[in-house]
Design a protein around this ligand. Sequence first.
Ligand SMILES: *Cc1c(COP(=O)(O)O)cnc(C)c1O
Length: 461
Amino acid sequence: MNDRTCIMEEKDKEYIWHPFTQMREWVADTPLIIESGKGSYLIDTQGRRYIDGFSSVWVNIHGHRKKAIDKAITEQLKRIAHSTLLGLSNIPSILLAEKLIRVAHNSGLFSLSKVFYSDNGSTAVEAGLKMAFQYWQLKGGRYREKTKFLTLENAYHGDTIGSVSLGGIDLFHKLYKPLLFETIKVPSPNCYRCPIDKNHPDCNLACIREAEKVLKRHHHETAAFVIEPLIQAAAGMIVSPPGYLSQISSLCKQYNVLLIADEVATGFGRTGRMFACEHEDVTPDIMAIAKGITGGYLPLAATLVTEDIYNAFLGEYKEFKTFFHGHSYTGNPLGCAAAIANIDIFEKENVLHHVRVKSSLLEKLLRQLKDHPHVGDIRQKGLMAGIELVKDKSSKAPYPLEDKAGYRVCLEARNMGLILRPIGNVIILIPPLNISSAILKKMVAIIAAAIETVTGNGFQQ
Ligand SMILES: *Cc1c(COP(=O)(O)O)cnc(C)c1O
């Protein structure tokens, strides 16, 4: 190990508290310190190269050091790094807002017409939920009763208190319960572990009937249904069955409940369309986007809303209908410049076509893992995929969390030059969208070998 790596490792352990990390284990381990990146690769302080199999936590889109984005940021840097949207405006945020609405319209999301900026996925969701709440308050009368939110079991919408309230992953969320507002839960459309014990497709989407029961009972007090469209990603890439999203959307319309689509993970091409909602011709009332918006370069997020929502907030100043919400770095010009370049690349390089080609290749590659005795389920939409490891395939019995099966597979993969981050027993694959066929093949080969190594020794059958 070179000297600098040693020094950095020491300082890391001295000063940093890592997110979602048991720090006692961290300090006992040898951390990987990333120094640079190029295309689909990350390079550490010792010059070792790794495939970035999780797009640097689901954000990277066109690979690292993408020329056009590098250039957009450096050009913007010559003008100004940051100015705010609180009382002022700036050029990149104006041009990006126009572009985002145009992109939304090109995706069939015709009624989205206004852009509210923030700087990460959690805040984009928080802004959306406050907007939905305030919308009904401003409508007045009996609508003021509409104060609650419907969410899916196993939902994940971020780590701030509002978005944690919407969440349904016990490991992350349960402890904080006394701090959270209550939400009304709808069964997760989880076909591998169906919460209502049905089998898809024979079930005829029985989970929709469950959702309808909840809406029927609670619509009068419900502001919005918050959903991760098509994929509950942080729950372990739970892909909802075809038709689920569009039927939820219809029910929301029928029962006069707003639909908030959290496209933080799915947005910007991951599923093979620009936005996941597009697959089922669904237009939400509010849409949160973040992760991929800057191509994975800078923290930026946006909450897109319909004209109807926006209009409800209009009035004389003294009516105090204003949306009193905003973050210091709102509309950050560097982030917006990166986002504009990101979207331009989608158009210039036909990225969505590439994603569709690569996702059918990925599907083919993953099929080879299906019969492995410890692979319970493989779920995929576009270039988002999850491989669920099980202790027992026929009973679907999971490995106990403390066995850290997913973690051990990812550690093994890392030794073979691939960086992944698991969610429990699910191995998550989210490569950069422009990954080459050769690297994709290598990635799946490494995963197969890592699963074999881990499940073959140390785990009981
Ligand atoms: C990652 C994620 C968030 C939170 O985004 P942050 O930028 O990490 O705050 C919210 N919703 C979904 C669906 C996500 O995947």
